[in-house]
Design a protein around this ligand. Sequence first.
Ligand SMILES: Cc1ncc(COP(=O)(O)O)c(C=O)c1O
Length: 285
Amino acid sequence: MAMQICFLVKAGSGVATLGLPDSPGVPRTTTANTLTAPYNDLEAVKKLFSENPDAISGVILEPIVGNAGFITPEPGFLEGLRELTTENGSLLVFDEVMTGFRISYGGAQEKFGVTPDLTTLGKVIGGGLPVGAYGGKKEIMSMVAPSGPVYQAGTLSGNPLAMTAGIKTLELLKQEGTYEKLDAITSRLIEGIIQSAENNSIAINGGSVSAMFGFFLCDGPVRNFDEAKTNETELFGKLHRNMLQRGIYLAPSPFEAGFTSLAHSEEEIDKTIEAFDQSFNAIKN
Ligand SMILES: Cc1ncc(COP(=O)(O)O)c(C=O)c1O
């Protein structure tokens, strides 16, 4: 099965933040091979399959969205995609660049109990150093050279520095209590952020899964990118600048997820919540 994946069709947080259309320079003939459907909308994906019989080689998504802000899958969405792709002889691909090893050692697929055919991973497995990886079912991976005809290589493939940092990171993550600690500090952080906004009568909705969190400055729930766009982006800009003045550097976009790490202490979480409280107070009308 040939699978041609051409992205920068409704790309991620960077394009959304800058309000850019689908990236110029990517020819229409390329993007014409990619269909898009809203996240959490199984019916829309079903419709694409019925309108394009035998033409969809795979479905790729972030199992938890991080590139349109933080959006979680509704119960049944990932399971439904698994069934739909299997029924149609199509591959299910999870982009776990953000979620892999972050929300659990086995990523989103472990957390939600849905196994994709292929998984993509990124900098997390390199301890933050430049690395990318993909893996999946044996029948697919055996297509890759040298066991199969699909050639793939790059200057940084298997780079020893990134591999060493990655192995060490995975060792640290495997220690007992890692994900419990991440879970605890992250939920305390997001609960504190939501409480601070509510104390200042600012509309907010958000949540966390293990070390990944996010919020939108609007009434929720936010289930897809269109709903994410109802978020008060100018207010987020003010919040961002206020947080910076208090020494906290949030990702500079209302369409990014946030992450905690094992380096974050309880004290830093408290300080961050305090900075949110003061910043929300400063920006409210
Ligand atoms: C979910 C997701 N997928 C893919 C990428 C792209 O990864 P890379 O730059 O390693 O190609 C990113 C970049 O941050 C990402 O967040």
